[in-house]
Write a protein that binds this ligand. Structure first.
Ligand code: NDP
Length: 362
């Protein structure tokens, strides 16, 4: 028996969050979405997880992003989310966009990694079971796989949509040429890819760089009708005040998971401190400036270049601070230049090898 939930969502939850259209699809996502990569495994208290999810929904965050392997241990974020969904959010299922993914290592043997039909189909079934759902709203291929023909992965995504187990499909960490190729393939199949999920932040701008065909990923995706949801827009916490005065014991860096010590080099920390000064002049925190920057108007697609900033948060206070970004999304030309003068690549794109593992002509 599921205990009766005491949770009543805020009645004003749709008054302040902007929702942006995902590429050429009919779907809209909140400008800020919440990811469950860290902070939702069995190593974190369930009540903190519950509080973060409730506050997010209360403030208009309708999109929760998961993957098969989120935890630790892998799979536990989906189990914990499934439990909280059942206890608190089931009456609001139709107000939520829940995503999952497969592509990185999940189980032993040759069928628990990559982009094969075998892996994707089995993994989605497992994710649905863990979350207690009949379908996810978005299912992603999590990373390019050099060993699987692109057609096989795309046919699997198409058939997943046809089966009703995902409403929409997308790709993550694909480079510009492969994105364009995959998008064209799926358009011909009548099952468009709607979304692209790359890493992107002030200190990790690979999506802006021209690929082999001259187009950046941001342009290639938008030209192909895909929206872009930018993950790790805070560079895993580097672009916040978290590390300005040392490494807090409860931080991601201290846990030595995905944010390694060399990412906190003196050079990076000096840069972060200077970016923090610019943020303060804007009367924003560094985290808020970093999120506003990812969502800024740029290029020929303006404010639609990035549909949503996909954040993580280990507390309600962090989440609240991040959502307050929406109070000021504007930048002057001088502010953007000041940021560019200080910012350089921080060497934190740990997904670059996956992107490079497969290109258009491979
Ligand atoms: P962020 O760059 O937003 O980093 C989140 C971390 O930054 C938090 O856990 C917290 O660290 C710190 N933080 C957040 N807000 C604040 C604040 N206001 N003040 C101080 N510190 C703050 O994103 P993530 O790296 O967590 O990624 C977000 C989501 O993107 C993931 O959950 C996942 O859904 C998706 N993702 C997808 C990938 C893919 O391959 N497709 C890969 C990686 C992420 P601390 O824990 O130290 O408090």
């Amino acid at each position: 028996m599921v205990p009766m939930s005491s949770y009543v969502p805020a009645s004003d939850r749709y008054t302040s969050m902007p929702y942006r259209r995902v590429g050429r699809s009919g779907l809209k996502l909140p400008a800020i979405s919440l990811g469950l990569w860290h902070n939702f495994g069995d190593d974190k208290p369930l009540e903190t997880q519950r509080a973060i999810l409730r506050r997010a929904f209360d403030r208009g965050v309708t999109h929760f992003d998961l993957a098969n392997n989120y935890g630790p241990p892998a799979g536990s974020a989906e189990i914990n989310f499934g439990r909280l969904l059942k206890e608190d959010f089931l009456p609001y299922r139709d107000e939520l966009i829940i995503s999952s993914k497969a592509g990185w290592d999940m189980w032993e043997g040759p069928y628990g990694f990559g982009g094969s039909r075998k892996y994707l189909m089995a993994s989605l079934d497992q994710s649905l079971e863990r979350m207690g759902l009949d379908y996810v709203d978005i299912f992603y291929h999590h990373r390019p796989d050099p060993d699987t023909p692109l057609e096989e992965t795309m046919y699997a995504l198409r058939d997943i949509v046809a089966s009703g187990k995902a409403l929409y499909v997308g790709i993550s960490s694909y480079g510009p040429e492969l994105t364009a190729e995959a998008a064209q393939f799926m358009a011909e199949e009548g099952c468009p890819l709607i979304i692209n999920q790359p890493s992107y932040s002030i200190v990790n701008r690979w999506v802006e760089e021209p690929g082999e065909d001259g187009d950046s990923l941001l342009t290639a995706a938008a030209d192909s009708g895909l929206g872009t949801i930018a993950f790790s827009p805070l560079a895993q916490g580097l672009l916040t005040d978290r590390y300005l005065g040392g490494v807090p014991a409860d931080s991601r860096a201290a846990a030595a998971k995905s944010l390694s010590g060399d990412m906190l080099s003196e050079e990076n920390l000096t840069m972060i401190s200077r970016l923090n000064d610019i943020a303060q002049e804007r009367e924003q925190s560094l985290a808020q400036m970093a999120l506003a920057w990812v969502l800024r108007e740029q290029g020929e697609y303006g404010v639609e270049t990035v549909t949503s900033a996909l954040i993580g948060a280990s507390s309600v206070a962090q989440l609240d601070e991040n959502l307050d970004t929406l109070d000021n999304l504007e930048f002057s030309t001088a502010e953007l230049k000041a940021i560019d003068d200080v910012a350089r690549d921080a060497g934190i794109n740990i997904w670059a090898d996956a992107t490079a593992s497969r290109r258009h002509a491979d």
